[in-house]
Design a protein around this ligand. Structure first.
Ligand SMILES: [Zn+2]
Length: 80
């Protein structure tokens, strides 16, 4: 699995981005602050997002796709 070192957008620490070609997903995880962002590499849509210390409203502002879409996708079993 390919892992790319990126900077966590939440806390600024080094985070890992994993590319999951079989799922057409990119998964960014920070183990320091428990930040998680899963996006679809085909559409760029956010599949799943979790950022500790951010309210739902603040997190939603950071994302281009409304969180309700991500939640709907997850409930339909696309969340991996
Ligand atoms: Zn972080």
């Amino acid at each position: 699995m390919a892992a790319i070192l990126v900077r966590c957008p939440n806390c600024g620490s080094p985070a890992h981005r994993h590319l999951l070609p079989l799922l057409a997903q990119s998964r960014t995880e920070c183990h320091r602050c428990d930040y998680l962002l899963v996006t679809c590499t085909r559409t760029g849509n956010v599949v799943e997002a979790h950022a500790p210390g951010l309210s739902d409203a603040a997190l939603r502002e950071r994302l281009t796709v409304p969180l309700s879409v991500a939640i709907a996708a997850r409930s339909q079993g696309w969340g991996g």
